[in-house]
Design a binder for this molecule. Sequence first.
Ligand code: GUN
Length: 295
Amino acid sequence: MTARIISGLEIAAEIRSELKKRVARLQAAGKTPFLGVVLVGDDPGSLSYVKSKEKGAIEIGITENTIRLPGDTPESKVIEIVEELNRNPQVDGILVQTPLPGHIDTEKVLYYISPEKDVDGFHPVNLGKLLRGQPCFLPCTPHGIQQMLVRCGYDPAGKHVVICGRSNLVGKPLAAILLQKAKGANATVTVVHTGTSHIANFTRQADILVAAMGSPLCITADMVKEGAVVIDVGVNRVEDKSRERGYRLVGDVDFDAVKEKAAAITPVPGGVGPMTVTMLLQNTIESAERRTGIL
Ligand code: GUN
């Protein structure tokens, strides 16, 4: 079997055209959605993520402003800026790009973001609501993965989803989303991690396998069940002297081998990445709709 390639770019484009209509409706009501981004330091991954968020926002008519701060900015200054964004009535969504420099307590900063403007869905209030099955901003990467599955006809309901990785960014919130008794969820979820013995015993049982552990090409064909749907969240830079920039991006899945066994698989790049940005834009629009009383 050669797998169907699930294009995150195509699904993201489909959702973005739906979002443009929602922006037009807001603009007709006198409101342009506004996303405030805080970027501290010059981590290359963060710079590239923020660039794609800026580009995506502009394309669909969201106003975006990135506040760029030097890497040695004190924690108190970052919190002050977050509080200004909380108070600014023009701002619908706030995002503090992570990772933050080591001298800043990330959990503390995220706690200061108003839950009503927390379009990343990282605030403990939103995560608590997610666990309890209440409406809230969903974290963007896990929400994007759910949308990819549903829109491609791989509804997780009744399926065994095995998630490799227990990060706060992906693994834990994705498990919380997919185990809800709700549309596009209702799955049996297993999370494996660095403390799991014999990971392959679990991954081989997966109808849907999500690789989100940040280890290049770690999921090999022998770890995948014939006909599984494989979602690769990994974005790893590996040295490649044949490329002008000296590296190439690879996922957590050994794509070339696994695609011969899976029913469907996401590529890297062009898979989960564009979905993350799209769900961030969707959350920002949803916030603007709520704040103007349209939703
Ligand atoms: N760093 C990597 N991904 C993300 C994300 O989705 N949001 C934020 N704030 N930081 C990130």
